[in-house]
Design a protein around this ligand. Structure first.
Ligand SMILES: O=P(O)(O)OC[C@H]1O[C@H](O)[C@@H](O)[C@@H](O)[C@@H]1O
Length: 557
């Protein structure tokens, strides 16, 4: 028997197809809630941690499920051997099979050493954390001085993808814990504008550049870092000063050394840390600098508590597993294409961007680990925005569009900025949207609100109807603390992993980002050569050649 069979060949999958056809698509949430006054109790789950302040409530009751479907989804997880695959991950087995690597971001936050996978490098985690602690404390308390003896007041994190999105998202989410007199810029894009704007706002005497790249070969990051170093040396002159102003976060010590970074200023991690799972590693240095090491440690500990929950909780109470299963129910049986992440917390405004990479780069795959092409959908399109901005932008389609778009709503009970009536108003929206999505507004209700004349206008009446039955998960936590954020991130990481386990795909490589990079490297010499007459013979299709010629004739001379 194959190790990673197509999910569609599993018995539970086939039974779910039948359940979808016989009743799944007709589940009516209004009726379901009326029939079962305890539906909220039945389908909500709590996460509590004894060692940190991380806790939250997840309400799954507004999903298009009944008891039979719910149980069948759990059987799907069992039959797909989710527990075995999860345990293999925690044990350090090389589950990233295309690259022959373990997947051990859980080891980066295993401070109490509960898992201790026997993999090379795991025993170095504590030492690297200690290095990050010492360095970040020196910078924050002003002991670390720039080349003219001044304290650092600006940091520029240079990285892209996983070496950017995590630090950006967390620094934004935990701003209430930030050292406010330390300005942090995050430069990712190869577009020179990104670096130019950061440099414009920085002083070479007081700026620390953090070059964050797992491979230390990424074109954007190396180009941006080189530009930053040139800019710095224009003022500092002597190359010896680079050591005070440039540090590297990488698994590639050799390439970082070649770039000119002092060994003492390198923070390393290991090939078993995926880029999009790396904020817990040295890649989190900018987070330590901004919020302080102790808060960073709380973030790790909160995530670790979620790791324990994922590892040790039976499937029917296992929050990441349930999120994964409901997601599969929509993606593969209801045919949903997208999934929205909607945090009602301004500080979480980059959360959906972060998990856009986390989910789409992990599960946007078509080939199972056995090399077969899947005959079902895998990872959904992830998007979202902080509430209530999204309500005034794209919620129209979620409420009344032709597509079913499942959403996760997240919100804190307490605000870091309790300002007049704001938080109650915010939360009233957080509560109202899932209610509106689930229960809608019937023709009868619409008519009651209209004048006798308007009631005759069938277009108007129909336009105001909300069909309802649009599924949501709601997640509430007391306050957005570092440990709560850590647990929430880990929860989604494990949701993504669980879905990948069920779909039989490898969620931990990213071969799909390679081809475009290779082609860009082939095209670049044509652009740098600047000879329009050479374009047609360069072996590109007529569209690429036509666009290249347009660029060469219109670009800056
Ligand atoms: O940290 P690096 O090596 O610079 O990679 C940056 C990014 O590059 C690619 O787009 C992918 O591999 C991402 O997963 C990664 O996060």
């Amino acid at each position: 028997m194959s190790q990673h069979p197509l999910a569609s060949s599993l018995q539970a999958w086939k039974e779910l197809e039948q359940l979808y056809a016989s009743k799944g698509k007709q589940i009516n949430l209004t009726k379901a809630f009326k029939d079962d006054p305890k539906r909220f109790e039945t389908y909500s789950r709590s996460f509590n941690s004894s060692k940190t302040d991380a806790s939250f409530l997840t309400d799954f009751s507004k999903n298009l499920i009944d008891d039979e479907i719910y149980k069948k989804l759990l059987s799907l997880a069992k039959e797909a051997k989710v527990e075995q695959q999860r345990d293999d991950m925690f044990a350090g087995k090389p589950i990233n099979s295309s690259e022959g690597r373990s997947v051990l971001h859980i080891a980066l936050r295993d401070l109490p050493q509960d898992f201790n996978p026997p993999v090379e490098g795991v025993d170095e985690v504590k030492g690297e954390l200690e290095h990050m602690k010492q360095f970040s404390e020196q910078v924050r308390n002003g002991q670390w001085k720039g080349y003219t003896g001044k304290q650092i007041d600006t940091i520029v994190n240079i990285g892209i993808g996983g070496s950017d999105l995590g630090p950006v998202m967390v620094c934004e989410a935990l701003k209430p814990y930030a050292k406010r007199d330390l300005t942090a810029h995050f430069v990712s894009n190869i577009d020179g504008t990104h670096m130019a704007e950061a440099l414009r706002a920085s002083n070479p005497e007081t700026t620390l550049f953090i070059v964050a790249s797992k491979t230390f070969t990424t074109q954007e990051t190396i180009t941006n870092a080189t530009t930053a170093r040139d800019w710095f040396l224009k003022s500092a002159g002597d190359k010896a000063h680079v050591a005070k102003h440039f540090v590297a976060l990488s698994t590639n010590v050799k390439a970082a050394t070649e770039f000119g970074i002092d060994k003492a200023n390198m923070f390393k991690f290991w090939d078993w840390v995926g880029g999009r799972y790396s904020l817990w590693s040295a890649i989190g240095l900018s987070i330590c600098l901004v919020i302080g090491y102790n808060n960073f440690e709380q973030l790790l500990l909160g995530a670790h508590e979620m790791d324990l929950h994922y590892k040790n909780t039976p499937l029917d109470k296992n929050i990441p597993v349930l999120l994964a299963l409901f997601g599969i129910w929509y993606t593969d049986f209801h045919g949903c294409q997208a999934h929205m992440l909607l945090p009602y917390d301004q500080y979480m405004c980059r959360f959906a961007d972060y998990f856009q990479q986390g989910d789409m780069e992990s599960n946007g795959k078509t080939i199972t680990k056995d090399g077969e092409r899947v005959n079902y959908e895998t990872g959904p399109i992830i998007a979202g925005q902080a509430g209530t901005n999204g309500q005034h932008a794209f919620y129209q389609e979620i409420h009344q569009g032709t597509r079913l778009i499942p959403c996760d709503f997240l919100a804190p009970a307490q605000s870091h900025n309790p300002l007049g009536p704001h938080h109650d108003i915010l939360i009233s929206n957080f509560l109202a949207q899932p209610e509106a999505l689930a229960f809608g507004k019937s023709e009868e209700e619409v008519k009651k609100e209209l004048s006798a004349q308007d009631q005759q206008n069938s277009f108007l009446v129909k336009s105001k109807i909300f069909e309802g039955n649009r599924p949501t998960n709601s997640i509430m936590f007391p306050k957005l603390t570092p440990a709560v954020l850590g647990a929430l991130i880990a929860m989604y990481e494990h949701k993504i992993a669980t879905q990948g386990f069920i779909w039989g795909i490898n969620s931990f490589d990213q071969m799909g980002v390679e081809l475009g990079k290779v082609l860009a490297k082939k095209i670049l010499p044509l652009l740098q050569g600047g000879d329009v007459s050479k374009v047609d013979g360069a072996g590109h299709d007529s569209s690429t050649s036509g666009l290249t010629k347009y660029y060469l004739t219109h670009r800056q001379k």
